[in-house]
Ligand binder design. Structure first.
Ligand SMILES: C[S@@+](CC[C@H](N)C(=O)[O-])C[C@H]1O[C@@H](n2cnc3c(N)ncnc32)[C@H](O)[C@@H]1O
Length: 334
């Protein structure tokens, strides 16, 4: 049987660790390396071999430049023939489902489930948050936001996401962008516990409500951020002035599985204060619009539409009878 492609993972982990070494002086390196190697044993080996074969075939294509923007686009020296375009499109589709994007790769439009430019604009990031900073994106998925962050020239940029297919999607984007300071580790946030005071800016978008221990997540983020860190947290909230938190029955909310806790803004603020953040700036509460989600089934696989999760007779409620989803971007400082 073919061996899992550890060499590829190790090569990328090694490049990321080397880049982070100057910032790891307060961290427990041996526990962190142990967490990385333990994570490797959890890979689905047959899928890893499959994705690796596809990725090797994708690497036969190359880009010479790329352009950042709502749809990050990668360009080669010459236009591909129709036959080669079809080959690349098939390879990229096999690395699906593509959830976060979209991208334009050598004239192949990778049409992802979500149009992430809308969320990106709502984050309201400014150059000072990122330029020359060591930046982490927790739950980075394909790496769409990592690419967008490159616009502001971070010193080092690291994404983490434990889902194997997203790791390979990132490798594709890294291959075509050739950005040496952009990295991704196939880890969950829990695996970062051995780190201490590493990152200047941390993005945590669309993650908090998916975890059984939201307070643990915030505490880990506080610990791995530097003393004067900035946390950019985007999450679901319940639109209430009260100190309340919704825990949806069977963790299903607007048909979305694995949604454990949705706090009101005031509860979110008190979680952040308890985790050790001192100054909290709360942005506007907004509604996710159906236009953010497309029905590109051939790229994104199964579709779970926002509008399908709402009560057809009263869209201010979810299908389960809860208040309809609202989201907020919070900036927290130590
Ligand atoms: C709802 S998506 C959000 C993606 C992106 N941050 C965004 O806002 O568009 C959740 C992501 O978290 C990742 N994830 C799951 N468990 C995680 C964990 N323990 N730590 C970090 N990321 C995790 C999933 O693989 C998925 O890519």
């Amino acid at each position: 049987m073919k061996k899992p492609p550890y060499y590829l993972v190790y090569q990328n982990d090694f490049a990321c660790l080397t880049a982070l070494i100057p910032y790891l002086k307060h961290s427990d390196m041996s526990s962190f390396v142990h967490a990385l190697s333990t994570q490797r044993t959890k890979f689905d080996h047959s899928m890893a071999v499959r994705y690796d074969d596809i990725f090797k075939a994708v690497q036969k294509f190359a880009a010479t430049t790329w352009k950042n923007g709502a749809v990050p686009a990668f360009f080669g020296d010459e236009k591909l023939s129709i036959k080669r375009l079809a080959v690349l499109e098939q390879l990229l589709k096999k690395l699906g489902p593509w959830r976060k994007g979209p991208f334009d790769i050598l004239d192949v439009s990778v049409k992802t489930e979500w149009d992430c430019d809308l969320k990106w604009n709502r984050l309201g990031l400014v150059e000072d948050d990122i330029k020359n900073k060591v930046v982490l994106d927790v739950g980075s998925n394909s790496g769409y936001y990592l690419l967008r962050l490159m616009e502001y020239l971070p010193k080092q940029l690291v994404g983490i996401d434990p889902t194997l297919v997203y790791y390979f999607q990132f490798l594709v984007l890294k291959h075509f962008s050739n950005e040496s300071s952009m990295h991704m580790l196939s880890l969950g946030f829990q695996d970062l516990e051995p780190l201490n005071q590493v990152f200047d800016t941390i993005l945590c978008l669309g993650i908090l409500y998916h975890h059984r221990h939201p307070f643990e997540l915030l505490s880990i983020l506080k610990k791995i951020g530097k003393e004067r860190q900035c946390l950019v947290l985007e999450t679901l909230v319940i639109d209430s002035k009260e100190d309340v938190c919704l825990s949806p029955k069977e963790a299903v909310y607007a048909k979305m599985p694995n949604v454990y806790f949705i706090p009101s803004v005031s509860v979110l603020k008190s979680w952040l204060l308890l985790a050790g953040y001192k100054k909290i700036e709360v942005g506007e509460v907004f509604v996710t619009v159906p236009e953010e989600q497309s029905k590109q089934l051939d790229w994104a696989g199964e579709y779970s539409g926002i509008s399908e999760g709402l009560d057809a007779s009263d869209p201010s409620k979810t299908i389960e009878g809860y208040p309809a989803p609202k989201r907020v971007v919070v900036r927290a400082f130590c």
